[in-house]
Design a protein around this ligand. Structure first.
Ligand SMILES: *[C@@H]1O[C@H](CO)[C@@H](O)[C@H](O)[C@H]1NC(C)=O
Ligand SMILES: *[C@@H]1O[C@H](CO)[C@@H](O)[C@H](O)[C@H]1NC(C)=O
Ligand SMILES: *[C@@H]1O[C@H](CO)[C@@H](O)[C@H](O)[C@H]1NC(C)=O
Ligand SMILES: *[C@@H]1O[C@H](CO)[C@@H](O)[C@H](O)[C@H]1NC(C)=O
Ligand SMILES: *[C@@H]1O[C@H](CO)[C@@H](O)[C@H](O)[C@H]1NC(C)=O
Ligand SMILES: *[C@@H]1O[C@H](CO)[C@@H](O)[C@H](O)[C@H]1NC(C)=O
Ligand SMILES: *[C@@H]1O[C@H](CO)[C@@H](O)[C@H](O)[C@H]1NC(C)=O
Ligand SMILES: *[C@@H]1O[C@H](CO)[C@@H](O)[C@H](O)[C@H]1NC(C)=O
Ligand SMILES: *[C@@H]1O[C@H](CO)[C@@H](O)[C@H](O)[C@H]1NC(C)=O
Ligand SMILES: *[C@@H]1O[C@H](CO)[C@@H](O)[C@H](O)[C@H]1NC(C)=O
Length: 701
């Protein structure tokens, strides 16, 4: 094996040596390069320290690209207090508590943890096949391959994270992503399904697949994993683990999340207004309809932070402006909302229709998606008899152009919160489309992040301080641009409520810090349905303990059409049967706002999400891994939502608290409970099993 090593003494100079000439332990080598052979094919390998107890591994049949254009990792290597890199022999590279070893015989490699000798990853094979670059007017920026990588997790355990997967591929299998096996036959985004290529493993490590394009992910069983990338130049992985001094019995999930945000970017503090109640429905058609509802809340003294205008308030797709027949006086509307203390969020779809006033300019200046021949590519299907198109958000000129429209039609009226709906983007044509000269396969996972960048850059250019956008998609890095995510269009059912309780926890460990569901579910259910009335109350109890607290949905029967179109039925909280209880929940959320903001501030510092599985705080308690229908909300609240109809009780597990003088207290009954046990907790419609961790001198534990 040909070995050459680059010793990196400092940023200033890099010296190349031949391995044999280097005496051991002279310096601290933090970059290791060599060649390995797979099926006779020479591959270049580059391994380097990348954060505490973390390494980045790149492998390609070609020259390694040092700073890929679209990637999950921040371009700058994180700065460490001290370098812990060593290269004890020619096949081994160590950074702190993580060790990379080339297996001489098989030309494969593994990653171990020196402190306990655990093999985190044992690579079985990494295959690069020629990528069939589509016949087109474009040419690749660099050589592309179809990549597949198979490895095993030697240690049994579970994977958490990977985004928001509500059905996955197998729609007959209710989504249960705490349990394997699970296959994403495609990482391509859909409504309600988001792939974040990062997971935590319960044996104390985290894994990031740094690929911006399409591919697949296959957990064949608890131990064997396969990733593929449709079109990429190189394998690019980042792996992190716990420090030497930590043990598996110490709380290690916060350490892994801290390492994660250090390399992908930290989240920012949540703007204060966003921690309150968001009212929304499909849809307010006119200014009067919206203001009536806003006034209804105000008159009843029900606090609303944000009220929302959904789609089709615009003239044409891609005009990005109000229809003045239905929305005649925006300044007046804004000043009335302001007097009620409410912010406005408006829905902004990315699509541009042929009848938009911006279409000709955007077409002739090349701001829309192209096909292989460089011709304009419409989405599938017609809307209102017009073709519509997806803007090429990879092109900076597109982002600037659209921001200018948003700025003149919304921002200028003080509307600064945007709902980036349908940004998969909906109805695109995978495989056929090209973005700024690159094929879909190669970079499409990042489309939503570039779309979000448009608003982030625009708002920051305007020196806006309170930025939050709500999006149906996300990728790694979205969280640093103040993107909040919601469930997508989900069912109004008890099954869905339970799924969302589980989805929420994986989303959080995926590094999506601001998240919400449609309280009550989205798909039509009648207000005259007693079961729905109870469902929406229970959903409010869950919703108040999500990072964002937002009501939305299409209720049935719809309102009669008027000149400004169609609309779902009423969704105002005072119309629900259990309005008294729901309003109590809204008041309770009000009282929790500084607690929530405090915990989201902690996320900005160390990446710990406010909503998290119980094992995040109690990782020694095996029962916490099994109790997926309850979770922690910050360090003090344990939330066990009720998700069955006519429930009078539910089973709740209370973890044992490892702190003196601490115990669990039922929020409503004030009764104390000892941890380390399962309880049958009774509930009425006025309460639910919510527990507070109490620490006090008065408690005898
Ligand atoms: C979906 O899941 C069910 C239940 O586990 C299983 O029987 C079925 O084979 C799966 N289908 C596919 C296409 O994976
Ligand atoms: C990726 O490649 C596979 C295999 O060629 C193909 O089936 C799939 O459609 C491609 N695209 C996506 C979005 O997965
Ligand atoms: C996991 O799946 C792979 C591929 O199907 C199989 O070869 C292996 O034996 C399985 N391992 C276990 C522990 O089931
Ligand atoms: C605005 O809405 C009205 C009422 O629906 C409609 O007649 C009109 O065509 C719309 N205007 C534009 C410019 O789309
Ligand atoms: C877009 O512009 C090109 C010329 O730049 C023109 O040939 C084409 O017809 C236009 N597409 C549509 C749908 O108008
Ligand atoms: C591109 O043009 C060629 C030659 O006119 C044609 O055969 C092919 O179908 C076109 N491809 C697309 C994607 O339109
Ligand atoms: C909900 O309210 C409606 C209308 O007042 C009533 O008919 C229905 O019985 C109520 N349902 C429950 C469960 O109280
Ligand atoms: C959160 O951080 C922001 C910005 O540093 C600060 O203004 C705010 O007071 C903090 N909130 C809480 C509750 O600590
Ligand atoms: C839980 O308690 C309720 C009464 O509050 C009782 O009806 C129910 O049977 C109990 N369930 C279990 C599993 O013990
Ligand atoms: C627990 O309570 C006892 C007696 O009330 C007190 O002396 C002790 O300091 C407390 N311990 C802690 C860790 O707060």
């Amino acid at each position: 094996m040909l070995i050459s090593i680059i010793y990196k003494y400092s940023c200033q100079f890099i010296i190349l040596f031949i391995f044999q000439l280097i005496p051991c332990c002279v310096a601290s080598p933090c970059l290791f390069t060599t060649n390995i052979y797979s099926n006779g094919l020479k591959q270049q390998l580059q391994v380097e320290s990348w954060g505490s107890d973390s390494i980045r591994i790149r492998l390609s049949p070609d020259v390694i690209i040092q700073t890929p254009d679209y990637q999950a990792l921040l371009p700058e290597k994180p700065i460490l207090g001290k370098d812990n890199c060593q290269q004890p022999n020619r096949n081994t590279f160590i950074n702190g508590n993580i060790e990379f070893i080339i297996n001489d015989d098989t030309e494969t490699w593994s990653i171990q943890r020196p402190s306990d000798g655990l093999i985190l990853i044992q690579v079985q094979s990494t295959r690069f096949l020629p990528y069939n670059y589509p016949v087109s007017v474009y040419s690749p920026v660099y050589t592309l391959y179809e990549l597949s990588s198979i490895y095993t997790h030697v240690q049994h355990g579970y994977l958490y994270g990977l985004g928001q997967h509500h059905y996955g591929n197998n729609i007959t299998l209710p989504y249960h992503n705490f349990h394997l096996p699970f296959v994403f036959s495609s990482t391509a985004p859909t409504n309600g399904d988001i792939t974040i290529p990062w997971y935590l493993h319960t044996s104390g490590f985290g894994f990031l697949w740094n690929q911006p394009g399409y591919g697949s992910f296959d957990v064949r069983n608890d131990t064997e994993i396969m990733w593929t990338a449709n079109a990429t130049h190189q394998l690019d992985l980042w792996i992190t683990t716990i420090p030497k001094e930590a043990t598996l019995s110490s709380s290690f999930y916060p350490v892994l999340m801290k390492n994660y945000v250090d390399v992908v970017g930290h989240p920012n503090p949540l703007p204060h207004f966003a921690s309150g109640f968001w009212h929304c429905k499909n849809r307010y058609r006119t200014q009067n309809e919206l203001l009536d509802v806003a006034k209804g809340y105000y008159d009843r003294q029900i606090p609303v932070s944000v009220i929302v205008i959904d789609y089709f308030h615009w003239t044409a797709f891609g005009d990005w402006k109000f229809n003045s027949t239905c929305w005649p006086n925006i300044p007046e509307m804004m000043s009335e909302l302001k007097s009620y203390g409410m912010k406005l969020m408006v829905s902004v779809w990315p699509h541009v229709a042929e009848n938009s006033e911006n279409f000709i300019t955007m077409n002739t200046t090349g701001l829309l998606t192209h096909d292989a021949n460089g011709s304009l590519l419409p989405t599938t299907g017609l809307t209102n008899h017009f073709y519509y198109y997806i803007p090429d958000q990879f092109n900076p000129a597109t982002r600037q152009y659209i921001w200018n429209r948003i700025k003149e039609n919304y921002f200028a009226y003080d509307i600064k919160t945007y709902w980036l709906d349908a940004d998969e983007p909906q109805n695109t044509r995978p495989e056929l489309q090209w973005w700024y000269g690159r094929h879909d396969d190669e970079i499409a996972m990042v489309w939503a992040r570039e779309h979000q960048r448009l608003f982030w850059d625009g708002l920051r250019e305007e020196k806006e301080q309170e930025i939050i956008m709500l999006s149906r998609q996300a990728w790694i890095g979205s969280h640093s641009m103040n993107v909040a995510v919601w469930s997508g269009d989900i069912d109004s059912s008890w099954e869905e409520l339970l799924k969302q309780i589980k989805v929420a926890q994986n989303v959080a460990l995926s590094g999506i810090y601001w998240w919400t569901t449609d309280i009550g579910g989205y798909h039509p259910v009648g207000l005259d349905d007693n079961e729905f009335q109870e469902l929406i109350l229970r959903w409010f109890q869950f919703g108040a303990f999500c990072p964002l607290f937002r009501l939305h949905g299409y209720r049935y029967p719809p309102l009669p059409d008027n000149e400004c179109g169609s609309s779902g039925g009423h969704n105002e909280v005072w119309l629900f049967n259990y309005s008294r209880q729901i309003i109590d929940i809204i008041q309770m959320r009000e009282s929790l706002r500084s607690y929530i903001e405090y915990h989201l501030n902690i996320s900005t510092q160390n990446g710990t999400p406010i909503l998290r599985p119980m094992f995040y705080d109690f990782n020694n308690d095996i029962e916490c891994y099994k109790s997926e229908d309850q979770y922690m909300f910050g360090s003090d609240y344990l939330v066990a939502p009720v998700y069955t109809y006519r429930a009078t009780s539910r089973s709740v597990y209370l973890p044992s608290i490892n702190q003196q003088n601490s115990t669990w207290q039922h929020y409503y009954t004030k009764q104390f409970y000892k941890g380390g046990q399962r309880y049958n907790i009774s509930t009425t419609l006025d309460d639910f099993p919510l527990f507070v961790k109490i620490t006090s001198n008065d408690i005898d534990t």
